[in-house]
Design a protein around this ligand. Structure first.
Ligand code: ATP
Length: 323
């Protein structure tokens, strides 16, 4: 049995259920040709997406790309105009009742009663689940998200990062298989971002959760995600394993030689645009161009102390979303 409770006073979504379906080993979510119109505006234009169990999946895209729209559809907050969704290898969007019990989510930002403690907020949220959420479970989740010692303080005294972590504790209360986090690091300071990132990684590594994170913070996805989809203007422009996508084509090359001024002249003559970055010259190049660069530097009697390259998600993302 399941139900969705939308608390008007806090604008908070609670998804509740008791169930014991076993987890499909591989594909946990498949989205096919999903479309969404808001009036005449075509917000999602036939998006396909596949997420495997146990991975962190990054849903990446610039502002207004359609990420929140996608997540809202997947938890039943809004309906798609067309398309097909399969959860856990067998359940459709029409069977959300069987699916929601296995999902935890923070869509947009977590909302709490600010004048109540974190602990009381979790106890209240726990009551909306048909199955009993034990005090022990609540305490375990407080511990997991690093709020032990602050759980009796009012949420109004919490930092943004603490509220996000409390949101994750709430999303974890019913031990879901799949967790949706919509822009979880929005508004966090660098320390908060690191803490949240570590927590999300633990959800995957220690608890085997599948986590789908929407973000426009590229480095975030690059560091955390196993797979990703890039959405731009309602279209999925790229999808796959982060490692594989980042290994394609254009790379950022960093080179250190005995004479950087001379090396810069050579690189410029090869039509690269080298920039100084501490001791290195950094430039974009196709992977296949690197041997020629090395050859030209050697021909010019330059000593190469270091040359490495990295496929930067930022470059890739900008390239795909430039249009
Ligand atoms: P952001 O990173 O800024 O949150 P997003 O990728 O989550 O963006 P969405 O919030 O899904 O994007 O919005 C996608 C597009 O749909 C945007 O152009 C937005 O203005 C539009 N949109 C979203 N919700 C509605 C709505 N209720 N009515 C009309 N248009 C909407």
């Amino acid at each position: 049995m399941w139900f969705i409770l939308f608390n008007l006073s806090t604008f908070q979504l609670n998804i509740c259920y008791v169930g014991n379906d076993s987890i499909m080993k591989n594909q946990i979510l498949k989205v096919e040709a999903l479309e969404k119109y808001y009036g005449d505006f075509h917000a999602l234009k036939g998006v396909d997406m596949e997420v495997n169990a146990g991975e962190i999946f990054g849903l990446l895209g610039p502002n207004g790309a359609g990420k929140t729209t996608m997540l809202r559809m997947l938890v039943g907050l809004i309906r798609p105009n067309s398309g097909k969704v399969t959860f856990f290898g067998k359940h459709s969007l029409q069977e959300l009742g069987k699916v929601l019990p296995r999902i935890g989510c923070i869509i947009e930002e977590p909302k709490f009663y600010p004048y109540l403690s974190g602990l009381t907020n979790l106890k209240i949220a726990g009551k909306y689940f048909p199955n009993k959420i034990s005090d022990e479970r609540i305490n375990d989740m407080i511990e997991l998200v690093g709020l032990k010692g602050r759980e009796r303080d009012k949420v109004s005294t919490y930092s943004q990062g603490m509220r996000q972590r409390l949101g994750i504790a709430q999303a974890m209360l019913n031990d879901p298989d799949l967790i949706f986090l919509d822009e979880p690091t929005n508004g966090l300071d660098p320390k908060g971002i690191i803490e949240l990132r570590q927590l999300i990684m633990r959800l995957k590594k220690e608890f085997g959760k599948t986590v789908i994170i929407s973000s426009h913070i590229l480095s975030e996805i690059e560091e955390m995600a196993d797979s990703m989809a890039i959405i731009n203007k309602g279209v999925c422009v790229s999808q796959g394993s982060v490692a594989e996508l980042l290994s394609e084509n254009i790379v950022t090359v960093s080179v250190e030689t005995d004479d950087q001024a001379a090396a810069e002249v050579i690189l410029t003559s090869l039509d690269f645009k080298p920039k100084k970055d501490q001791n290195a010259l950094v430039f974009q190049a196709e992977l296949e161009a690197i041997p020629n660069v090395v050859q030209k530097l050697i021909n010019a009697d330059r000593k190469i102390y270091r040359l490495d390259h990295k496929r930067k998600l930022e470059d890739y993302f900008l390239k795909l979303t430039a249009a």
